[in-house]
Design a protein around this ligand. Structure first.
Ligand SMILES: Cc1cc2nc3c(=O)[nH]c(=O)nc-3n(C[C@H](O)[C@H](O)[C@H](O)COP(=O)(O)OP(=O)(O)OC[C@H]3O[C@@H](n4cnc5c(N)ncnc54)[C@H](O)[C@@H]3O)c2cc1C
Ligand SMILES: Cc1cc2nc3c(=O)[nH]c(=O)nc-3n(C[C@H](O)[C@H](O)[C@H](O)COP(=O)(O)O)c2cc1C
Length: 770
């Protein structure tokens, strides 16, 4: 078999040597455009876990690589005069030049033909290169700007996302004992350096900043020398007199680059296959690009060796690696966005800022940090609990000194929650004429007994026509208020929980069948005329709503205010205006369903006008010492719809209209939505709103365990976490979490004490047997 690899980076060289090792009879050539020893970048980092894969693939290169490693455990986050250290991270660094040299030598020793100064700009160009025409397999390992990928773009269908932040990769003689992050905030902007040692006397020093800071600091148009001069001044306090060095080949050009996030729909075309950065990139802040490239090489060499047919080998390789690459790229995206938006987090206290950095990818969790460095985590927990206790306006019965973050109290106006767990609003469709019954008392009562600090009712509808289905709960007569009062009284009498009334109007999603009868299907009989900002049905099969007049708006606002007054009679602690999920208020906000050409349509300001009017009217009717929240869909997940940037404006506007906290959900506004699901998938929207707009938030959506809640709360991505479906399967979710975390002050109803003792004993046994 004749194999040609275009590009002599980690992916190309490693693949070539692994294949040659497995099949000495194959003719394997690597064509590299640069001269030997000429390369970009300085050191690269590997995490300890990565190394095991390398050992299994080729013991020889593994040992030589490890001999050259600089190893460290700590991460230092340096903000101003504060250095916060967390240990146990286990990283190794090596010079990129050394790594390539090791791979090159090994490849040559196995008989790979490695040729330098050989630029291959197209597949056709191989015809004129000695012994490279008619190759059976062509491996495109030509990096992030791959010419081969470009040439075959019609098949590979690459997506290149050029990111807004700028970075430059320097070396320095300044030694580092830890992976160190420096942050500079001044009148020009926010700048960060990612630094680590990769061999004795040499360290990597990557400087990164957002576009605005980049321009203001004078980096636009600056060549390598000018850039170095500015960066040395900027980070002089920490460089200890050491210099920054560039290995850019064209020093007169700008050394700055923007990270490009590369994905491809297909990784092979006939006998041409993509590996490494040509196929996918991972942001340097998670230090996994080289690891991914080398793991591709392992997988491809194995597939080619073990399959008799090339197409099935390449398909196996693609199936194996594409999912893994996407998984890592998702974690890398969170990390990349964190660094792109450091400005957003710069107001956080150093303790929280450092914790937010450490957990930025949402892959390193709270308990993960405890395993790595329990002293660091205990310090953070103590700091958080002391701060939360001081901020809670009323002392609580709990011993917050030792409370894990999720069990710290939280105050909104005159209401103090005992913990940060909420039962998310969930429609049960079990009311009769809008009246909640025994089902609701048992359902909501059980969850209050289960320990959550805040219980949301389902969307309670402000008029008969505001209901989604005939089974939806209402708050439009005194009978409704009396029925709710029984539930509220039970919650208050039997638990520490506070209870929030979510009020909404279904709009164009109303007059439908129960969800277990049919999803989004209009009632055949017994339905009603629906209303919306524009006469556009939610799905083509549903009834078309009537476009609302100003008189309709007055009536709806009146219904909301009436419902608030009934809410006061019922004794609720908090109210929430439902402006999410495509219901009436939400359908005004999103341009996908609001096509009005009067003052309620068009710009975001116009689209918000009516929902803000309702919000302000509710706030006015609601007692001043009780809090109010607004639930929004922070993105429509549709191009041209509401997105993360607009959601920050939406949140600000509702807070100005009287909301105390924003409950951040997403989607359900259009059937064309393309949501990207995953654990905590909506939390980044809460993070952005909380830290960019400076408003309090509730995060919701696929938050499953206490570990995730603790990380979200401690990092300041939200103030409260709402869990929906987990509470459907376990009403006692919070009691269980308290037992698991050993949080003794958790209130249990005395009737449940025997269950508590048994659970705690079982957990103790599990802990002692490891
Ligand atoms: C600032 C920065 C920091 C990074 N830090 C880390 C880190 O700490 N840890 C980590 O794992 N990864 C890191 N990476 C990522 C890492 O460098 C890449 O993911 C990795 O090098 C990918 O390997 P590759 O072989 O696919 O591509 P490359 O290393 O880019 O190799 C491609 C090779 O192809 C050659 N080539 C290109 N075009 C042609 C052509 N037309 N003809 C012939 N040859 C050609 C190039 O000269 C090059 O040698 C970092 C990247 C950057 C930008
Ligand atoms: C059965 C069910 C009913 C729901 N009803 C409502 C509702 O009435 N109001 C609302 O805002 N969200 C409603 N939701 C959405 C949830 O509040 C929550 O945002 C969603 O389930 C994601 O959170 P989770 O992953 O923790 O379940 C409902 C969800 C479910 C599963």
């Amino acid at each position: 078999m004749r194999v040609v690899t275009i590009g002599g980076g980690p992916a190309g060289l490693y693949f070539a040597l692994l294949l040659k090792k497995a099949h000495a009879e194959h003719d394997v050539t690597v064509l590299e455009r640069n001269a030997p020893g000429v390369t970009f970048g300085w050191g690269v980092v590997f995490s300890d876990q990565t190394l095991q894969n390398f050992q299994a693939a080729d013991d020889d290169t593994y040992h030589t690589i490890v001999e050259h490693f600089a190893h460290w455990d700590d991460i230092d986050v340096v903000v101003g005069d504060r250095t916060i250290t967390s240990g146990g991270h286990g990283f190794s660094g090596i010079a990129r030049r050394t790594l390539l040299d090791i791979l090159h030598r090994r490849a040559v020793s196995l008989g790979v033909d490695v040729r330098f100064n050989c630029n291959v700009a197209s597949i056709e160009a191989l015809d004129s290169i000695r012994a490279c025409n008619d190759a059976d397999l062509i491996v495109a390992a030509d990096g992030v700007n791959s010419a081969i990928r470009h040439e075959r773009a019609a098949v590979f269908k690459p997506h290149l996302d050029v990111r807004p932040a700028h970075f430059v990769w320097f070396g320095t003689t300044r030694p580092f004992d830890a992976f160190t992050f420096f942050f500079v905030q001044n009148e020009l902007g926010v700048f960060q350096a990612h630094c680590y040692r990769f061999e004795d006397g040499l360290s990597t020093f990557i400087v990164e900043c957002d576009d605005e800071s980049w321009h203001r600091a004078g980096f636009d148009g600056a060549d390598a020398s000018t850039t170095i001069a500015i960066c040395e001044r900027m980070f002089s306090q920490w460089l200890d007199g050491h210099h920054l060095m560039s290995n850019a080949t064209h020093r007169e050009r700008s050394p700055w680059v923007n990270f490009v996030r590369v994905t491809n729909e297909r990784w092979f075309d006939d006998n041409v296959v993509l590996v490494g950065d040509a196929a996918h990139t991972a942001h340097f802040s998670i230090g996994s690009g080289t690891k991914l490239a080398m793991e591709d090489a392992i997988s491809l060499a194995r597939a080619v060796s073990s399959h008799s047919s090339l197409p099935s080998a390449l398909q196996t390789y693609q199936d194996e690696r594409m999912i893994e690459a996407l998984r890592l790229q998702n974690a890398s995206r969170n990390s990349m966005e964190w660094f792109e938006n450091v400005r957003r987090y710069s107001h956080l206290p150093p303790e929280q800022f450092a914790y937010s950095l450490l957990t930025r990818s949402q892959r390193v969790s709270h308990e993960n940090l405890r395993l790595r460095d329990s002293a660091y985590l205990s310090g953070v927990e103590r700091w958080f609990a002391a701060r939360a206790t001081a901020a809670a306006s009323r002392p609580t019965t709990t011993d917050t000194e030792i409370a894990p973050p999720m069990f710290t109290p939280y105050t909104l106006r005159g209401m103090t929650l005992v913990n940060r767990i909420a039962v998310a609003p969930m429609d049960m469709y079990r009311s009769v004429d809008g009246v909640p019954g025994e089902f609701h008392t048992v359902h909501l009562g059980a969850r209050a007994l289960g320990g959550a600090g805040l219980i949301f009712t389902e969307m309670v509808c402000v008029s008969p026509e505001a209901r989604i289905t005939l089974g939806c709960a209402g708050m439009y007569t005194s009978e409704h208020a009396r029925a709710w009062r029984r539930i509220v009284d039970f919650v208050h009498r039997e638990s520490d929980a506070r209870i929030c009334l979510q009020l909404g109007h279904s709009g164009r999603r109303g007059s439908t069948k129960l969800p277990w009868e049919a999803s989004n299907a209009s009632l055949d009989t017994g339905g009603w005329e629906t209303i919306a900002p524009s006469a556009i049905p939610y799905t083509p099969a549903m009834h078309t709503p009537r476009e609302m007049t100003r008189a309709d708006m007055d009536a709806v606002r009146h219904d909301f205010v009436r419902a608030v007054r009934h809410g006061i009679d019922a004794g609720f602690d908090m109210i929430e205006l439902h402006c999410a999920h495509g219901y009436l208020m939400s359908s005004f906000i999103t341009p996908l369903s609001n096509r009005r050409d009067d003052c309620y349509g068009g710009s975001l300001e116009n689209r918000l006008l009516f929902p803000l009017e309702v919000c302000a009217a509710m706030r006015e009717a609601w007692p001043a010492d009780r809090p109010m929240s607004v639930r929004i869909s922070a993105t429509d997940w549709v191009d041209g719809g509401v997105d993360g940037a607009e959601s920050v404006e939406i949140a600000r506007a509702f807070v100005d209209a009287g909301a105390d906290i924003i409950h951040v959900s997403t989607g359900e506004t259009s059937i064309d939505a393309q949501p990207v699901y995953g654990r905590m998938y909506q939390t980044p929207y809460s993070d952005r709103i909380r830290n960019e707009a400076g408003v309090r938030t509730i995060a919701v959506g696929n938050i499953l365990d206490a570990d995730q809640v603790n990380a979200i709360i401690t990092s300041g991505r939200a103030d409260i976490c709402a869990l929906g479906r987990p509470h459907l399967t376990d009403p006692n979710w919070t009691l269980r979490a308290a037992a698991e975390l050993g949080y003794a002050p958790q209130r249990w109803t005395p009737s449940y004490y025997p269950g508590r003792r048994q659970l705690e004993r079982e957990l103790e046994k599990q802990r002692s047997t490891g």
